[in-house]
Design a protein around this ligand. Structure first.
Ligand SMILES: Cc1cc2nc3c(=O)[nH]c(=O)nc-3n(C[C@H](O)[C@H](O)[C@H](O)COP(=O)(O)O)c2cc1C
Length: 193
């Protein structure tokens, strides 16, 4: 699939805000079993090669994974403070875990495991998240870059709709990008803010 037209404004925002470490944090919402929204902050881990897949890592034991098994649709909201712009993306999320059979996807998961820091890797060996706190000794773990734990999950977020709002500008600029399955093309439309 060719690069989507929202890729370059998003890349530009990441570049303009690169001095701020928190520019790589975005909010990812999923839907729980009761149909309610559930939201949390995650780290954007870059695009998969020259694709439109946003990469996020997470723990197989996390609540969001249970949500995604039932409902793979998610939404991201991302505000860039320095350039004062917001991106809202929605689309389907591919879960790439230890059971994923495709070798190229396992390769992407392995590559991500090797790229992240020791501190990030250690979290996947910690005791189960979201249950009463374990003994501090249980958190003293030493991850091995060569061994991927089953808890390590790579998510590929594939946007089908993207809305970009730029507060700078008189008036503000609001642009919608919509993927059209029928034609395989993106529709781009300028909207009133
Ligand atoms: C700055 C920041 C970055 C975070 N990055 C991630 C991340 O990349 N992946 C992740 O699963 N959780 C990340 N978290 C933790 C999540 O916000 C959340 O607490 C955790 O994943 C459990 O969410 P869940 O129970 O809804 O699955 C981050 C939290 C903060 C504050």
């Amino acid at each position: 699939m060719p690069l989507a037209p929202w890729r370059s404004p998003l890349a530009r925002a990441l570049h303009r805000n690169r001095a701020a470490a928190d520019a790589r944090y975005c909010q990812l919402a999923t839907v729980n079993a009761d149909g309610y929204p559930s939201n949390r902050t995650v780290v954007f881990r870059g695009f998969w090669q020259e694709s439109n897949h946003l990469q996020i890592i997470t723990d197989a034991r996390s609540t969001k994974l249970a949500h995604l098994q039932r409902q793979p649709w998610g939404a991201i909201c991302w505000y860039f403070r320095q350039s004062r712009e917001q991106f809202r993306l929605s689309g389907e999320i591919n879960v790439i875990d230890h059971r994923t059979p495709r070798p190229d996807l396992q390769q992407a998961r392995r590559q991500m495991w090797q790229n992240i820091s020791d501190n990030a890797r250690a979290q996947f060996l910690w005791p189960d998240p979201g249950v009463p706190k374990a003994d501090p000794a249980a958190f003293e773990v030493v991850p091995d870059p060569a061994t991927i734990p089953e808890t390590f999950v790579l998510l590929w977020f594939n946007p089908e709709q993207v809305e970009h709002l730029e507060l700078r500008g008189e008036p503000q600029n609001r642009t919608r990008y919509q993927y059209e399955h029928r034609t395989g093309q993106w529709q781009v439309e300028a909207l009133n803010p």
